[in-house]
Design a protein around this ligand. Structure first.
Ligand code: FAD
Ligand code: DLZ
Ligand code: SF4
Length: 506
């Protein structure tokens, strides 16, 4: 008897659990570019191109290793689904008596494969995703009996578990977290390394033409496609980061510079999330750079915390809280997503740049996603469904397990404080401190009210006022309410009127 192993588009690693006991004589792999997966969100063209090209390259690598793979190339036909392909393969090979899959990164797909298995009356083995550094059970145990699920404490456990940046039981340098050193803004003389570009081979060229032809209405530009699409190329990008960017990663982690979309970030989320890179190898290479005195501790710890801490924690939250997490809307946010999120056509210079770079690159760095785009959507009260759809679509690293807790939890506070201890809300002054966007904006960041005032300024106070009943008791934000209460009635009226006028114009 034999197994049919389904390898999804974001599971492109030969060490994946579903392939661990693969028998090349009798078992079969299925990989498929599926209409429904490509069309169910308005995925950025570069996201689709990246995944299809990476899938095709991985198929070639499996074939070179003599894995029997059935690979379905994209067809504009919604009747071709995982189910129809599985049905076809099992009717062709009567020996197949089991479906095997590594747990998909989206709840809906886990349910879909369970449904397929029961409809086709074939057993299904869903295996733990061994690419992560903590299992769901470990996370559930950590979370049980805790009042608050703060990432920092989970991260410390992970540091100990993997003995990363540790001196016996103590963190190297004496502190677990060097974030307070990581808020600098680069001087005008600061050089930024060029983004590492991989040139497209014939496989990628074919996929780029396919995407241009089949997905013309999707968001994003295909110009200047330079992503890695194989593991060996992704390793080059990782090495370039360690060599040329990591040392400055910490200092400028929260900075945003106009027309510098890549900064000192690593740009490896595409590869980590699709299986081309593994988290521990990235962490260990960064740690080695610290031990070899090539990079500072604040940078190395900051980078490692993103992967060993945030990434694992976010995934833990997703599986702990799904499926209910999808429907949370603690602040009862109802506004529709402003249409300029799809075009970048707005006078708010910070938003214009972050959306335009997203359109070009299928990438924006963390602080752009959080403090410009996310902050704005939070302040405006845009409903979580539309915000989740936008983030899931526009970034090439977006899969629901990672996108949703960042959106529902981190930026929208729609989970009532599971991920974030307070809403990440701020006025224009924070954006001005961490970027140079404001100097080229048609709004004035120092003006608090009126037509030329930065909208973040009055939207911030209006957001607090609108959500007083839900937020006032939060110790971390109650100071702001005291400041608001001290404002004159006229000032409060101005804030409400400006916010109303702006929100009505969206
Ligand atoms: P770096 O800044 O170099 O960080 C290194 C790595 O740390 C990243 O590659 C990533 O794997 C990990 N990491 C850092 N922060 C987070 C985080 N908050 N959650 C999970 N992993 C993290 N990341 C995604 O991978 N996919 C998403 O769909 C996604 N959506 C986001 C939505 C919002 C609203 C916000 C605020 C953040 C989101 N992030 C997402 C997290 C983060 O913004 C990206 O991981 C990061 O920008 C990717 O760029 P990089 O590889 O250059 O990261
Ligand atoms: C995002 C995506 C796209 C665009 N296309 C495919 C596809 O054709 N085949 C596939 O196996 N996966 C695709 N994916 C990823 C899935 O939609 C889904 O997000 C992940 O597999 C979840 O783990
Ligand atoms: Fe953004 Fe306000 Fe600065 Fe303009 S002034 S760039 S809207 S923060």
């Amino acid at each position: 008897m034999s197994k049919l192993v389904i390898v999804l588009g974001d599971q492109l690693n030969k060490n994946i659990s579903s392939l661990s006991d693969f028998n090349k004589e009798s078992d079969q792999v299925l990989m498929a570019e599926i209409y429904q997966e490509a069309k169910y969100a308005n995925h950025h063209k570069k996201k689709i191109a990246f995944l299809f090209s990476a899938m095709r390259h991985f198929n070639n690598e499996l074939l070179e290793d003599e894995f029997p793979v059935y690979y379905h190339c994209y067809q504009n036909d919604d009747s071709i689904s995982f189910e129809s392909l599985i049905k076809e393969l099992i009717s062709f090979n009567k020996n197949i008596n089991q479906l095997v899959i590594t747990k998909p990164g989206e709840y809906r797909l886990v349910e879909e494969f369970k449904d397929i298995s029961s409809r086709l009356k074939i057993s299904l083995d869903i295996r733990q995703d061994n690419r992560f550094l903590s299992t769901e059970n470990e996370f559930f145990n950590w979370a049980s009996n805790r009042k608050e699920l703060r990432m920092e404490f989970f991260y410390r456990e992970m540091r100990k578990k993997y003995d990363v940046l540790m001196d016996k039981d103590h963190p190297i340098g004496g502190k677990w977290n060097y974030d307070s050193e990581n808020r600098k803004f680069p001087s005008k003389k600061q050089d930024f390394p060029n983004v590492f570009k991989i040139s497209s081979d014939p496989v990628t060229m074919d996929v780029l033409s396919l995407v241009e032809q089949e997905f013309p209405e999707h968001f994003g530009s295909l110009d200047n496609f330079h992503f890695a699409t194989t593991r060996s190329e992704a390793l080059l990008i990782l090495d370039d980061f360690i060599e040329n960017r990591l040392d400055n990663f910490g200092d400028f982690q929260d900075a945003m510079v106009e027309n510098e979309p890549w900064m000192f970030h690593s740009h490896i989320s595409f590869y980590l999330n699709s299986g081309l890179l593994l988290p521990l190898e990235c962490i260990q290479k960064a740690e080695k750079a610290y031990f070899e005195k090539k990079c500072s501790l604040n940078s190395v710890e900051g980078f490692i915390r993103q992967i060993l801490g945030w990434r694992e924690y976010i995934r833990g939250i997703y599986w702990l809280k799904m499926p209910d997490y999808k429907n949370l809307n603690y602040l009862i946010a109802k506004r529709a997503l402003p249409s300029f999120f799809w075009s970048g056509d707005t006078k708010l210079n910070c938003l214009h740049h972050c959306i335009d770079e997203t359109y070009q690159n299928a990438y924006a760095h963390h602080i752009q996603r959080l403090m410009v785009l996310g902050n704005f959507l939070l302040l405006c009260g845009v409903n979580p469904d539309e915000v989740n759809h936008w983030y899931l679509s526009v970034y090439a690293d977006a899969y629901e397990w990672v996108e949703m807790p960042n959106v529902t939890g981190m930026i929208l506070y729609a989970d009532g404080g599971v991920v974030a201890s307070k809403p990440y809300a701020s006025g224009g002054s924070y954006i001005n401190k961490m970027s140079n966007y404001c100097s080229n904006c048609s709004y004035q960041v120092n003006e608090k009210n009126g037509d030329s005032a930065c909208p973040f300024n009055y939207l911030f106070w209006d957001f607090l006022a609108r959500n007083k009943d839900k937020l006032e008791s939060n110790n971390r934000i109650s100071m702001m309410y005291r400041t608001y209460e001290k404002m004159s009635d006229d000032k409060k009226k101005l804030i409400t009127e400006d916010a109303k006028k702006f929100l009505n114009s969206l």
